[in-house]
Design a protein around this ligand. Structure first.
Ligand code: ATP
Ligand code: LTN
Length: 330
């Protein structure tokens, strides 16, 4: 027998439509990992309710998120794919970890500060504040070695490591201490209309993001309207945040390095560059959208995948939860 494969775990929230930032920063990594690692991926439906969701639409949003994972190329026979709320141990371990996490460390989380958006503290949901502790529970339950995520989640994984080490010190070694796995290129895809803000599902302007379900004409329109920088050179650099972002998108999706692309577009105009970029995005999205359509017509298949995933994840999670409870004297 060979060496045990490393355990990889990650989650994506069931909020809004996924965009190419999610694809480049997270999903694309997942696909590349499924052959060499023991992968667990899940739809974080308990996290997504930390901001209001319409209950009438929520079930179909969750399914849509699962379908997108599958359409991007995740193979449920190779990985464990499940819905967070199907495994009650996530919420239970989060409670145990709440007793060792501090208000101070949670207040420092930049995602909380961003999502709080300057609102009065008294009106903010406790779930939004506690979000990173649930995320720590997600990771620690499965004894994950590696957590593939975009740059924005790095701080949450550092907190997870701190909580794991603190728990192990106080109550005896119970959890593996995980490491983040952040892509070298594309870990923070920026908005097309504003290269100083991360491409995000929740940004109000739709032109800021390309959704994985955007039809070809919408992709072409959004790319043609993407902001550029002063000057006309198609090169990457600190003084060219908008063009650098577009080059990053093109490079990660096409597999051509940024220097190769700079050479190819040297002396060419933005119009030609943007048309080529739109082509690359459309070519990436086409097979994903085709598979998505097939999956949408086959809801019982997705039910089966989720049932199988939960049946595999539940006993693994329960084993760690039982160890944590026993370590605490419960
Ligand atoms: P929101 O922007 O509304 O907070 P999100 O798009 O960040 O949502 P998630 O579903 O939580 O939503 O993210 C899923 C994964 O995609 C995470 O690993 C995250 O780090 C990654 N990701 C999100 N946005 C980007 C981005 N702009 N560039 C690269 N990776 C991203
Ligand atoms: N917080 C993450 C989603 C998420 C996650 C996780 C990622 C929830 N639990 C566990 C990795 C591991 C986000 O907003 N992208």
């Amino acid at each position: 027998m060979g060496k045990e494969r490393k355990r990889v775990l990650s989650g994506i929230q069931a909020t809004g439509n996924l965009h190419i930032g999610n694809y480049i920063g997270a999903l694309r990594q997942f696909i590349g990992l499924q052959d060499g690692y023991d992968c667990h991926f899940f739809v974080a439906d308990l996290h997504a309710i930390t901001v209001p969701q319409d209950p009438k639409e929520y079930a179909s949003r969750i399914r849509n998120a699962v379908n997108i994972h599958l359409a991007c190329g995740l193979d449920p026979d190779k990985i464990t794919l499940f819905r967070q709320s199907d495994v009650p141990a996530h919420a239970e371990l989060a409670w145990l970890l709440n007793t060792i996490a501090t208000m101070g460390e949670l207040k420092r989380m930049t995602q909380f500060k961003d999502k709080a958006g300057g609102k009065a503290e008294a009106s903010l949901g406790v779930g939004l504040f506690d979000y990173p502790v649930l995320m720590a529970a997600d990771i620690l339950l499965y004894q994950a070695d590696l957590v593939p995520v975009g740059e924005d989640q790095k701080q949450h994984i550092e907190l997870t490591r701190d909580l794991a080490e603190r728990f192990n010190r106080r109550f005896g070694k119970t959890f593996r201490v995980p490491k983040p796995m952040i892509p070298k290129l594309g870990a923070r895809v920026m908005g097309l209309d504003d290269p100083s803000a991360k491409m995000s599902k929740s940004a109000e302007t739709e032109g800021s993001r390309i959704e994985l379900t955007d039809p070809e004409d919408v992709v072409r329109r959004k790319v043609s309207r993407a902001v550029t920088d002063s000057g006309s050179d198609i090169t990457s650099g600190k003084d060219k945040p908008a063009v650098s972002n577009l080059l990053t998108i093109m490079s990660t999706l096409s597999g051509d390095g940024v220097p190769t692309l700079e050479k190819r577009f040297s002396g060419k105009g933005y119009k030609e560059f943007k048309e080529a970029l739109a082509d690359v995005i459309v070519t990436t999205l086409r097979p994903i959208q085709r598979t998505l359509e097939e999956l949408e017509g086959n809801p019982s298949y997705v039910d089966e995948v989720l049932e199988k995933g939960a049946a595999k994840a539940r006993p693994e999670a329960e084993k760690t939860l039982a160890a944590a409870k026993s370590a605490m004297g419960l």
